[in-house]
Design a protein around this ligand. Structure first.
Ligand SMILES: NC(=O)C1=CN([C@@H]2O[C@H](COP(=O)(O)OP(=O)(O)OC[C@H]3O[C@@H](n4cnc5c(N)ncnc54)[C@H](O)[C@@H]3O)[C@@H](O)[C@H]2O)C=CC1
Ligand SMILES: O=C([O-])CC(=O)C(=O)O
Length: 331
């Protein structure tokens, strides 16, 4: 049984993400949980003739417990999205509590599952989940991921527009975090390689860092990226399933993880990032989650300066998430 659970399944991301997971033939069971509408979304998707058995859950009658029990992979897009002129950090007030409560449920009912966090601010919500799991003595850093795949997807698209290459074949590592200046595209490591002018590097870096704002602005108050995020989330979930269910070797994606996920506890990477515990890096995936976090090697002076600018903001975001749980008297 490969049960995938989506928490926040009725939302702008949740619905198309659920559809894409229903189309993934590695999934045998798809459990959709939300505070509204999830039985309806589940009934609708259940008519699609693919193998996954779809069920919908609301909070009453142990809905969260029943959704989570037996989970192989849990994806969390629950929480409010940005409106124009908001930062992702502005979402903390509302989303931190939502993510905390879902993480408590996971600690109790699915402590061994892969956990993929989409809810913003990702730089803080991933530490929130980790701290809750630690309080319940079930934290496994190899299985907790902040989903930053949309930054990678955008980088491929925007670089393709500049170079004229087919964007499906373009890979650009994007590291750091998932907000503004914490998003660090490593254009010098683009594949296929391309020699960009400094003006192109500046423009591409800015567009990748603020791609989310482009969508928020265009939606004029109706939310942020949902369809592209669903595709990115489904791609990352598929990578996790290919590594863990099919046992495919050599799968590498970028994701925001705790450095303890690495074979050497991030000993080599940590000094480069001034001791941060969380960072989005290229991670190798195996049957049990992260097997290796790649180093940051041969950065250009421009990339070094992006990294330097990102570190203080990332540290603040991480500490805010950690403090939210450590100072919670109920936990
Ligand atoms: N990591 C990334 O790259 C991206 C992250 N996001 C983030 O994803 C989140 C969701 O965005 P949208 O789907 O557009 O928002 P939305 O408002 O359309 O959907 C959110 C869903 O969460 C549900 N929800 C609220 N509280 C819940 C709870 N306690 N338990 C279960 N479900 C709950 C709501 O009922 C709603 O259906 C936002 O925080 C947004 O900022 C959005 C785009 C990209
Ligand atoms: O911009 C937002 O608020 C949503 C998001 O994280 C993105 O699209 O990258």
């Amino acid at each position: 049984m490969v049960k995938v659970v989506i928490l926040g399944a009725s939302g702008g991301i949740g619905q198309p993400l659920s559809l894409l997971l229903k189309l993934n033939e590695k999934v045998t069971d798809l459990a959709l949980y939300d505070i509204v509408n999830s039985p309806g979304v589940a009934a609708d998707l259940s008519h699609i003739n693919t193998p996954a058995k779809v069920t919908g859950y609301l909070p009453p009658n142990d809905g969260l417990k029943n959704a989570l029990t037996g989970a192989h992979t849990i994806i969390i897009p629950a929480g409010i999205p940005r409106k124009p002129n908001m930062t992702r950090d502005d979402l903390f007030k509302t989303n931190a509590g939502i993510v905390r409560d879902l993480a408590i449920g996971i600690s109790q009912h699915a402590p061994n599952a892969f956990i993929l966090v989409i809810s913003n601010p990702v730089n803080s919500t991933v530490p929130i989940v980790a701290e809750v799991l630690k309080k319940h003595n079930v934290f496994n850093p190899k299985k907790l991921f902040g989903v930053t795949t949309l930054d990678v997807v955008r980088a491929s698209t925007f670089v393709g527009e500049v170079t004229g290459h087919d964007s499906r074949d373009i890979r650009v590592p994007v590291v750091g975090g998932h907000s503004g200046i914490t998003i660090i595209p490593l254009l010098s490591k683009a594949s296929p390689p391309h020699s960009f002018s400094q003006a192109q590097i500046d423009a591409l870096t800015n567009r990748i860092q603020y791609g989310g704002d482009e969508v928020v602005k265009a939606k004029e108050g109706a939310g942020s990226a949902t369809l592209s995020m669903a595709q990115a989330g489904a791609r990352f979930a598929n990578a996790i399933l290919n590594a863990s269910v099919k046992g495919e070797a050599g799968i590498i994606e970028q994701s925001y993880v705790h450095l303890d996920a690495d074979e050497d506890g991030g000993k080599q990477l940590k000094p480069k990032i001034d001791g941060l515990d969380y960072f989005s890096s290229s991670v190798e995936l195996g049957i049990n989650g992260v097997t290796k976090i790649h180093q940051l090697e041969d950065l250009t002076p421009h990339e070094e300066s992006l990294l330097k600018a990102a570190i203080p903001e990332l540290r603040g975001n991480i500490n805010k998430g950690i403090a939210f749980i450590r100072e919670d008297p109920k936990l």
